[in-house]
Design a protein around this ligand. Structure first.
Ligand SMILES: *Cc1c(COP(=O)(O)O)cnc(C)c1O
Length: 428
């Protein structure tokens, strides 16, 4: 493979865009090398600026669950575009997608659309604070909820009492209101609750974690969070930006039968356009402006093109009762094939999977939280990433990312991927 044009485009981009990218992970910082510029995609395939073709396991970080340039989504956007691209007024299609989302997802009566997952999580936390009249929030180390200040927090020296900024520009004042717990560890949550009695507005969690690789919740972790929240009058926020409409029609609430108070969406709900949303029962959502006191707004929120893409995507998923089973079967097939290839070449690994989310960790201990995810061998990951790329397989350029399986993948594509793992594993 040749990357002449991508390298040139990157050099040009670096002059006018910080690091040459509009989102840091795209820069290949964790794996080294120069990022690949994609010019088009269809189904499960990406084509780069040098005309190399790849089987794609990023799928725009989740939205492309039915493949790239999925015709119903493309057609819906083209048709809408001809009617004007934004009015700043209510439009009928917003109600249509809202009705459909509310019918697919359990425990929500109303939903509000925003432009990104970050906005959804940021707004959900503000709503939880307004609704409960409390200031502090609990999040879990390694869970990602977008880049708003309250979430860019790491464990501080007083880890059990409050967090510290993990980016310059986040103030100590903000950091002190975000408390950090350990994923899959209810005891760490109880400790925080005891030390901050009656001060916690919400617990926000990825109900299946996907931003430290894929980490499913253990045994009664989510049920335990639900019980603690109910007991202490705290709102439980499921950040389903990644899992919503991906693991089942109704997300993790439906898959694992645990109810959240507020649910955040992004990625799949926009069908590849910039969309996020947050939703809850009526009593909570009515706390939002214009009928309630909590302010939240957006010039392009509910944009007709974005809603057309999202609606076409949700309609396709809603109409296809077999889609989640097919995704599960394809992912399980890939899991089994990759595990056999890695074992054959004695590569130390752990594969985590749930539904159509899967991640390969180069460590032998179970990966259950941020600490165990960080123990993977990053040199092996780098070699694996570049080896796979050479074989025409595009996986996320970081060991902390989940791979997303699309229904557009054929078993032939999966076999090619497994064969590539076989070739790469032999060289590790
Ligand atoms: C991607 C992601 C976000 C942020 O969404 P953006 O659209 O990138 O702002 C938030 N939470 C989770 C769980 C995500 O995976």
């Amino acid at each position: 493979m040749q990357y002449k044009r991508s390298s040139a485009l990157f050099a040009q981009a670096e002059k006018v865009i910080p690091g040459g990218v509009n989102s840091p992970v795209r820069a290949f910082g964790a794996v080294g090398g120069s990022p690949i510029f994609i010019k088009k995609a269809h189904g499960p395939y990406l084509i780069d600026a040098d005309d190399n073709t790849y089987i794609d396991y990023i799928n725009s970080w989740g939205p492309m669950i039915l493949g790239h340039a999925y015709p119903p989504v493309v057609d819906a956007v083209i048709e809408k575009t001809k009617l004007g691209t934004s009015f700043g007024t209510p439009t009928e299609i917003e109600t249509k997608i809202a009705e459909l989302a509310v019918s697919m997802v359990p425990n929500i009566d109303k939903i509000r659309f925003v432009n990104s997952g970050t906005e959804a999580c940021m707004s959900a936390v503000r709503l939880a604070r307004g609704f409960t009249g409390k200031d502090k929030i609990i999040k879990f180390a390694g869970c990602y909820h977008g880049h708003s200040d309250s979430f860019l927090i790491q464990a501080g020296s007083g880890a059990v009492t409050f967090g510290a900024p993990n980016s310059p520009g986040v103030t100590q004042g903000t950091a002190k209101d975000t408390l950090l717990a350990t994923y899959n560890d209810l005891e760490s949550v109880r400790t925080l609750l005891n030390a901050n009695k009656d001060e916690i507005a919400c617990i926000i969690v990825e109900p299946v974690a996907g931003n430290m690789g894929c980490i499913p919740p253990k045994g009664n972790f989510l049920e335990g969070l639900r019980a603690l929240c109910t007991e202490h009058n705290i709102l439980l926020i499921f950040d389903e930006v990644m899992t919503g409409f991906r693991l089942t029609k109704g997300g993790v609430q439906q898959l694992l039968g645990v109810a959240a108070d507020i649910v955040c969406f992004g990625k799949v709900i926009g069908g590849g356009l910039p969309v996020g949303a947050f939703a809850a029962r009526e009593e909570i959502m009515n706390y939002l402006a214009p009928i309630g006191p909590v302010y939240q707004a957006g010039t392009l929120s509910g944009n007709p093109l974005a809603m057309a893409a999202g609606l076409a995507m949700l309609e396709a998923l809603n109409a296809d009762n077999a889609v989640y089973n097919r995704l599960e079967e394809k992912t399980a097939y890939l899991h089994k094939g990759m595990a056999m290839a890695l074992e054959k070449h004695r590569v130390v690994h752990t594969i985590n999977r749930i539904g159509s989310m899967i991640s390969v960790h180069f460590s032998k201990t179970p990966v259950v939280d941020f600490k165990s995810a960080a123990e993977g061998n990053n040199d092996t990951f780098k070699a694996f990433f570049h080896g796979m790329l050479k074989e025409g397989i595009y996986i996320a350029p970081s060991a902390f990312e989940t791979w997303f399986i699309t229904d557009a993948l054929s078993y032939e594509d999966l076999d090619k991927t497994i064969e590539a793992v076989n070739v790469v594993a032999a060289s590790l």
